[in-house]
Design a protein around this ligand. Structure first.
Ligand SMILES: Cc1cc2nc3c(=O)[nH]c(=O)nc-3n(C[C@H](O)[C@H](O)[C@H](O)COP(=O)(O)OP(=O)(O)OC[C@H]3O[C@@H](n4cnc5c(N)ncnc54)[C@H](O)[C@@H]3O)c2cc1C
Length: 351
């Protein structure tokens, strides 16, 4: 529903697109206002350990019912199965031509069609520039990954970098049948959404399995371990708190026997191990949707919108809310918060 982050300056850091523009709107209607709004309707939210917020019922129906009953109480008319053929601005009015040839006229109009291409077409016809929609929030496919046997194993905190770019992220990582998933990968896919689309999802990543240790720090740690625990093995010591199966496979990849005593590790082997832990390279080819969640990067250009009212700067009386705008957040409730905030701000002047 939202994210338990109540400082707008921190909250905006979760939006690869829209960071600057959302600061003002979040100060006026942020996660706390979302929680209060739902509570005032008898819907209570709870926060998970990582900040994601859900209704206490754990059911999306609670939210749907809340909106439907609130709309009914306020006398909002809902027309379903009514296809709009075109939207035109005629003097100070919008003319919505319906498929059944009827005409709906209004002075104020909010476009909240999510990532639908139809919404983008209407916004364009009304004078707006559309940033090309491309997917955000996806997992990376690594065909022939040497780690595919570790599918299902997760790592607490690693850092991942897209080679030959300035994009890197750290956090938990999950090995899947297809390649890599988990928050570090999803965040990276969101921040680098445009670049990865340009590369047609064929690129290289490097993983530092120790998160932020330098190559030298890793080597020094291994040398110290060798000195202090000569008769032990790497598997029994498990430095950097990495999963045991990962160590086993790492040693196999470097053709080092896993029962080799630390004292018997050669300098070459220590150097190779350090390099593998510091900079493990993988070739990514393709992407997979994260569960069924997908979010689109792209939409109505932000500089064409007044973020105090969500009204278009180009077409008076036209307002935007939600994902139709070139705004998207990382996973964790941030996309919904953008929808609640912009809808609240647009709803005031448009009503
Ligand atoms: C499976 C899934 C799970 C998600 N989970 C999360 C999550 O847990 N947390 C989070 O923050 N975000 C999540 N998201 C993203 C989030 O749902 C969206 O960012 C958010 O719903 C956007 O709200 P919106 O009102 O802008 O658009 P939408 O919720 O997409 O609503 C747009 C509406 O416009 C209607 N519409 C479109 N075109 C037309 C047309 N031509 N005529 C009439 N009506 C039209 C659509 O039918 C739809 O009802 C998820 C997305 C998906 C797909």
């Amino acid at each position: 529903m939202t994210h338990a982050c109540f400082d707008p300056k921190l909250l905006i850091k979760n939006y690869p697109r829209g960071e600057k523009e959302l600061l003002g709107p979040f100060n006026r209607f942020g996660p706390k206002d979302t929680i209060d709004w739902f509570e005032s309707k008898g819907v209570y939210l709870k926060a998970e350990g990582d900040g994601r917020m859900f209704p206490t019922t754990d059911s999306s129906e609670t939210i749907i019912n809340c909106f439907l009953s609130t709309a009914e109480k306020l006398g909002v008319e809902i027309h379903t199965q009514q296809k709009i053929e075109s939207i035109e601005k005629v003097n100070d009015e919008f003319h919505l031509k319906m498929k059944d040839a009827s005409l709906i006229k209004c002075e104020k109009l909010i476009l909240a069609t999510g990532n639908s291409s139809k919404g983008h077409i209407w916004a364009k016809e009304l004078g707006h520039t559309i940033q090309e929609p491309v997917p955000s929030l996806f997992t990376f496919n690594v065909p022939a990954s040497p780690l595919s046997n570790l599918s299902g194993i997760s790592f607490e905190d690693v850092s991942v970098e897209i080679c030959k770019s300035s994009f890197s992220q750290s956090g938990p990582l999950l090995i899947t049948h297809f390649g890599f998933s988990g928050p570090a990968i999803l965040k990276l896919s969101a921040w680098a959404a445009r670049l990865l689309n340009k590369k047609e999802y064929s690129f290289e990543i490097k993983i530092n399995w120790t998160k932020d240790h330098s190559l030298d720090q890793i080597t020094q740690k291994l040398l110290k371990l060798k000195k202090n625990h000569q008769s032990k093995t790497l598997l029994s010591e498990n430095i950097f708190k990495l999963p045991k199966n990962f160590w086993r496979l790492a040693l196999r990849r470097l053709k080092i026997q896993d029962d080799k005593r630390l004292n018997d590790l050669t300098s070459k082997e220590i150097n190779e191990l350090s390099k593998l832990l510091f900079c493990d390279n993988f070739k990514v080819k393709g992407k997979t949707t994260n569960k069924e969640e997908f979010v689109t990067c792209g939409g109505v250009t932000l500089k064409e919108v007044n973020f105090k009212t969500m009204e278009s700067k180009i077409c008076k009386g036209l307002f935007f809310a939600g994902e139709i705008l070139d705004i998207d957040g990382v996973t964790g409730g941030f996309n919904f918060q953008n929808a609640w905030t912009s809808a609240f701000l647009a709803g005031m002047p448009a009503s």
